[in-house]
Design a protein around this ligand. Structure first.
Ligand code: PMP
Length: 430
């Protein structure tokens, strides 16, 4: 499902063509958006979107001239803004300019693309890797290109929009399975595998709303038994989990070839912009010659390639960044649980939700924290169901213990002011 059937619209002769067919201001979707924004303004809480940050976003950020503790950016390892990364970018710009000014297939190829892809493949332990100009574009074009009508795409119900868009673009049959539920994926394949040609199972290494990690070994077992393909989106697990930051494969200690398509972004732990696919040489070569979002798009810009490459090298040279991230995330999660906050299924990852199940209160809490110097994004209906409305904290390797303890203390005070019942199970000592 998902693809809306195109319907013939017949406007009788002599009847005006309705204005909402050609005037964007009158598009019902736009009118509905205006209404949503108006309600937001009327709530007195203001618009939480497009907050302007005045410098580098890290453990701290400057908003409206005020320095804040920041939990709203996935600069997990502090690579964006790191002096070593900045220097590498400056050198790359001097050498290669700011754009490669062509598709890599035809004249846009630079040494730095090769260096980055070889380093990525070496780091991940795959035969090859290829980088794309956007993380979203990577999923969309790769899934959209590798699968076709007659194929089946099974994906987690909480899959990122880019995975859904890719699946829709492919024209394959698309079926979500309940979150992390490899048993249902297995059952669906037992029933339907033989009705399809290629079957893709898509999961994520760390889910970006909940901070939970799927049972990769079981997904690998299921995909092997049913002769399906497995794709893992490591946007939020790369550089953040696994002993040395090599993601969910390292976290579970599974062989690299247990997953057919390793996908990740350059925009989080790698302090840049773009996405990658890593896996067998055949996969990478095929995509490099044929994936529309690669072939018909400009090559990754030199500054973006340089930022990702420098970050990847720095991550290996300074593995303590990964360890510190793990420690700080565990501290935040442990303290939040101790105080009785609902942190959902978050574990072992730098994403920690504080779930209120109440959009208005989530926005109020976010605002109260903001007044006290803490920036964290509320995630409210309709982005999530009302019962899942929350604040979502991204921890980074640069957050200090002091920042974390202060934040938990302030959040406890502010939430008790809204409604102490949000703290489910206060420990006896509190
Ligand atoms: N996959 C997942 C799971 C994501 O969370 C995101 C966005 N943060 C993307 C893909 C798209 O990546 P990018 O923002 O780098 O385009």
């Amino acid at each position: 499902g998902g693809v809306e059937q195109e319907r013939r619209v017949i406007i009788p002769a002599g009847q005006e063509i309705p204005e909402d067919f050609y005037n964007i201001e009158k598009f019902p979707e736009y009118v509905a958006l205006q209404e949503r924004l108006r309600v937001l303004e009327a709530s007195g809480l203001g618009n939480p979107f497009f907050t302007v940050h005045e410098g580098i976003t890290n453990d701290r950020t400057v908003i409206g001239g005020r320095e804040m503790i920041n939990f709203s950016s996935y600069n997990y390892l502090g690579m964006s803004g790191d002096p070593v990364v900045i220097r590498a970018v400056q050198e790359a710009v001097e050498r290669y300019g700011t754009s490669v000014s062509a598709s890599r297939l035809v004249s846009g190829e630079k040494v730095i693309h090769r260096e980055l892809e070889e380093e990525l493949a070496r780091f991940l332990g795959t035969e090859a890797a290829v980088v794309f100009v956007g993380g979203h574009a990577t999923n969309e074009t790769v899934i959209g290109h590798l699968f076709k009508p007659g194929d089946l795409i099974l994906h987690d119900e909480l899959s990122h929009n880019s995975i859904l868009q890719g699946a829709i673009l492919s024209g394959a049959r698309r079926r979500p399975f309940p979150h992390n539920d490899w048993r249902t994926a297995d059952r669906l394949l037992s029933l339907f595998r033989r009705e399809y040609r290629r079957v893709l199972i898509v999961i994520e290494g760390v889910y970006s709303m909940d901070g939970d990690i799927p049972d990769l070994p079981h997904f690998i077992e299921v995909k092997k038994r049913h002769k399906a393909l497995l794709m893992v989106d490591e946007a939020h697990s790369m550089g953040t989990i696994g002993e040395t930051g090599r993601g969910i494969g390292e976290y579970f200690g599974v062989p690299r070839d247990g997953v057919d398509i390793w996908m990740g972004t350059l925009s989080k732990s790698f302090g840049s912009c773009g996405g990658y696919i890593a896996g067998k040489k055949a996969l990478v070569e095929y995509l490099k010659y044929t994936a529309p979002g690669f072939v018909f798009s400009v090559g990754l810009s030199p500054p973006n390639a340089a930022a990702a490459l420098a970050s990847l090298r720095l991550l290996q040279k300074e593995p303590e960044r990964v360890r510190r991230l793990r420690e700080r995330a565990a501290l935040f999660l442990g303290l939040a649980r101790e105080r009785g906050f609902d942190t959902g299924a978050s574990r072992d990852s730098p994403v920690v939700p504080i779930i209120l199940g109440h959009s208005l209160h989530s926005m109020q809490l976010s605002q109260a924290l903001f007044r006290r110097g803490i920036n964290v994004q509320p995630i409210v209906y309709p982005a999530v169901p009302e019962s899942a409305a929350r604040l979502r904290f991204f921890l980074t390797s640069r957050h200090t213990e002091e920042q974390i303890r202060y934040t938990i203390d302030v959040m406890t005070e502010e939430i008790d002011r809204i409604d102490p019942r949000y703290r489910l199970s206060r420990p006896a000592s509190a």
